[in-house]
Design a protein around this ligand. Sequence first.
Ligand code: MN
Ligand code: MN
Length: 301
Amino acid sequence: MVAGVAGTFARLPRIEDVPRHDVAVAGIPFDAGVTYRPGARFGPSAIREASRLLRPYHPRLDVMPFRDQQVVDAGDLPCNPFDIAAASEEIEAAAYALIRDGARLVSLGGDHTVAYPLLRAMHRVHGPVALVHFDAHLDTWDTYFDAPLTHGTPFRRAAEEGLFLPGASAHVGIRGSLYDPDDLTADAALGFTVVHCADLEHLTVTDVVRRLRARIGDAPLYLSVDIDVLDPAHAPATGTPEAGGLTSRELLGIVRGMKGLNLVGADVVEVSPAYDHADITSVAAANLAYEFVSLCAKAPR
Ligand code: MN
Ligand code: MN
């Protein structure tokens, strides 16, 4: 039994202390792309703090995620707080360096802008991925105040560059007010299927998992989870909260349903700890990241 490392995700070893890794966990302390509440740059440290209680065995997946594969904490990726385009390039380059030899990547945001450079890095290694995007919001708007790179636009930019497979991709948890009815039709043109929160009035978690898996097939899978997909009761500490969201049990259940698929990367973003109470949001995010790492252990090698 090796003593854990203080301050890393789940007390994992630091990347520089092991010769190689199967899975890298990295923080991205970037929040210059937000439209409402700031503070997600402090998400990585809060999620790491909440991850100290994670234990070695995942009973539902029957896996020892930190024993069956080499998982490391890769620290925080560089990201210029004054220049979003420069930060995007930095994040893409640093993420690519972590995955170019075939490793999987679990990222702790940061605001949702970071999904765009992460998908670019994934595309360089895997080509277009199946993208399952959990969020209250579509994040496929064209611009905000004429800005193309924001936390509301990453998947529009990704669609323009062909970074994901439209027929294999989905939004889950969409709800809340929009700017215009055209928001939905413009998004639909990008090819996503949508599981709206209201659909969970008649669909079970098992139904949603079945629908997602039928789309994903054996494509390389990327999961992007905006913590605001959870109801504010389950995740108060986020930038743009919307009432009527998923429970943490529903989210963890749907994510866990991706077991056995070829998960190549995942992120949890938009944790803004200054708005938290009793670490509710960072505990949810830490447990979600644990699901991601455990899914990596169940993925085909
Ligand atoms: Mn959102
Ligand atoms: Mn988002």
